[in-house]
Write a new protein. Structure first.
Length: 180
């Protein structure tokens, strides 16, 4: 949930006010139970532009996320704490080209809660990789968003049918409260 997706003046903007609020509640619950919290951002410097050339050609508005741009910063309403890692990714999945798998393994995780935007892009790609990396997946419906309501609903349907569980925010909070 970077400013590139939450700021109204960004070409990547999604209507995410409710999702940001839901993520805030999930963060408080996860932190209170000692669950690891990992953020991702997207930032393209000159070298990264070369690596992600085909993706940028397909979606030129990704250049909004240029290295040093305020749009690459996590929305301050749900900002990471100093000990919470922020991984830079160049593509849709939070796993591809990042150390996410190592972080999850280091914390002995068996499940992953995925939040963010956009549901039909980064959330869906990460959801597929959560399963493919051997974790159970939970996506709280209220904690994700997309520019297209139809794409949002289709992605949630696919995620729930094939990769993990799409649940209510209350169900996700209840699961977090049960962590040892």
């Amino acid at each position: 949930m970077t400013l590139g997706f939450t700021s109204r003046d960004s070409p990547l903007h999604c209507e995410l006010e409710h999702a940001v609020a839901a993520i805030g509640r999930l963060l408080a619950a996860a932190r209170s139970r000692g669950a690891p919290v990992v953020y991702t951002t997207v930032s393209y410097g000159e070298g990264e532009k070369a690596v992600a050339k085909a993706f940028i050609e397909k979606v030129p508005s990704l250049l909004t996320l240029a290295e040093g741009s305020p749009y690459t910063e996590i929305d301050p309403r749900i900002a990471p704490l100093p000990d919470e890692p922020v991984l830079n990714k160049l593509f849709a999945s939070a796993f591809f080209g990042t150390s996410l798998q190592s972080l999850l393994a280091a914390h002995d995780c068996d499940s992953v809660i995925v939040t963010g935007a956009s549901t039909s892009g980064c959330v869906r790609a990460t959801a597929v990789d959560v399963l493919q990396n051997g974790y159970r997946l939970v996506v709280p419906r209220e904690a994700v968003g997309d520019r297209s309501p139809a794409a949002h609903e289709q992605a949630l349907y696919d995620i729930d049918a094939k990769y993990g569980d799409v649940v209510t925010l209350d169900d996700a909070l209840s699961a977090l409260s049960g962590l040892a």
